[in-house]
Design a protein around this ligand. Structure first.
Ligand SMILES: Nc1ncnc2c1ncn2[C@@H]1O[C@H](COP(=O)(O)OP(=O)(O)OP(=O)(O)O)[C@@H](O)[C@H]1O
Ligand SMILES: [Mg+2]
Length: 365
């Protein structure tokens, strides 16, 4: 029986959904999430029908072209949607473990703002796109980290300072950094500070949105590996966002590919790269330049991403899909589990895949 089937739901009053689940590995369940922006030209349906289950202690990578809705989704599931964006529908249920090992779930989308604030840092941490620019230029690093620790925990001054130094060390920064101002630090050091702050209260879930795109490739690689190691050693769940497929290959246990406000494929990382199922995923992977890899041609994806003001009917990818069929123009494909742990929304896979699925045979050529 899957987690959803075993879930018993009891509405607890405004904004609080208490649930117990038989699957204690589930950290978050996102159901039919739609986050739209009101614009003068109509609703921009940035996130438009996302279903996803996040497991405890996994590193989950979210990929997709610019504008496909990654940031809107990342902020949305943490209850951080701001006008002109709004939650049109859906749930994002976050499960906390209680002392008797049951999982208690709360919908972060309907939770009152003060409750969400209480969860921040202790349960949920967000490292935003361009995070190093969020550090206050006129405040020493130690004050920025300590203020957050005091606000969100009951730690004494001594405990908070000890925790701060522990976290700075964890991200490879000297204690002396605590007394510095952001302008005295390199981009990589500033990014490490934001990671130290995010992990300081051992949150259950960290979402990092393009945490390293402003950094040079070598620093990027090192910091991402550190982030992954910290997540694993602290047994927390990390969702990180980037359009860079090569980074996902290094980082993720599992990944989700977004296209036009929806997920089109969710698979373990090895399978995603070895046998990508969705033609869009295949296009993204073929766009990665091979490292020292002969002269094989990068294929890429023809055409441009559509506008969230007007998604194409049927499968939203059909105008760009090299394998488009008549049904794709008319009917949106449902997300199906076509092999254990492998979800894809594509008419090429109407039933579970096997070695004789034509689309799958094609893949292997
Ligand atoms: N404040 C806003 N008002 C109107 N539309 C918006 C707003 N913010 C985002 N959008 C639209 O929502 C869509 C998704 O944006 P989002 O920032 O979530 O994409 P993304 O996948 O994170 O892109 P990137 O890789 O460039 O960061 C885009 O088409 C964008 O134009
Ligand atoms: Mg973004």
């Amino acid at each position: 029986m899957n987690a959803q089937a075993m879930t018993q739901t009891k509405r607890q009053g405004a904004g609080e959904t208490l649930q117990t689940t038989g699957d204690s590995q589930t950290l978050m369940e996102i159901k039919d999430l739609r986050i739209w922006y009101r614009t003068t030209r109509g609703n921009a349906k940035a996130v438009d029908g996302v279903d996803l289950t996040i497991q405890r202690n996994e590193v989950f990578g979210l990929a997709g072209e610019s504008g496909c809705g990654k940031t809107t989704m990342a902020r949305g599931i943490l209850g951080l949607t701001r006008l002109p964006g709004y939650v049109e529908s859906g749930e994002a249920i976050y499960y906390r473990r209680t002392s008797d090992s049951t999982s208690v779930g709360s919908d972060l989308l309907t939770m009152p703002a003060r409750e969400i604030r209480r969860m921040r840092w202790r349960h949920l941490a967000y490292i935003p796109q361009g995070a190093m620019n969020v550090l206050s230029p006129v405040t020493r690093i130690e004050k920025q980290i300590l203020d957050a620790i005091y606000e969100h925990s009951n730690m004494s001054k001594e405990q908070a300072r000890a925790r701060m130094f522990e976290c700075l060390e964890m991200v490879g920064l000297e204690p002396a950094v605590a007394r510095m101002y952001p302008h005295e630090l390199s981009g990589g050091m500033k990014q490490r500070v934001t990671i130290a702050a995010a992990v300081s209260l051992k949150p259950g879930l960290i979402i990092a949105d393009e945490p390293t795109t402003a950094l040079d490739v070598n620093v990027q690689q090192v910091i991402l590996q550190e982030l992954r190691e910290i997540a694993k050693s602290m047994e927390l769940t990390l969702i990180y966002v980037t359009h860079d497929m090569a980074v996902h290959a290094e980082m993720a246990d599992r990944m989700g590919i977004m296209y036009s406000g929806m997920l089109v494929e969710v698979s373990p990382i090895v399978e995603t790269f070895k046998e990508p199922l969705h033609p869009y995923t295949q296009g993204l992977i073929s766009s990665i330049p091979a490292v020292g890899g002969g002269r094989s041609r990068m294929v890429g994806i023809p055409g441009n991403a559509p506008s969230p003001l007007n998604w194409p009917p049927g499968c939203r990818f059909h105008p760009r899909c090299p394998r488009v069929m008549d049904v794709c123009r008319e009917k949106q494909p449902p997300m199906l589990e076509v092999a254990p742990g492998r979800l894809v929304a594509c008419h090429l896979y109407p039933t579970p895949i096997s070695d004789t699925t034509p689309a799958f045979e094609e893949l292997r050529k």
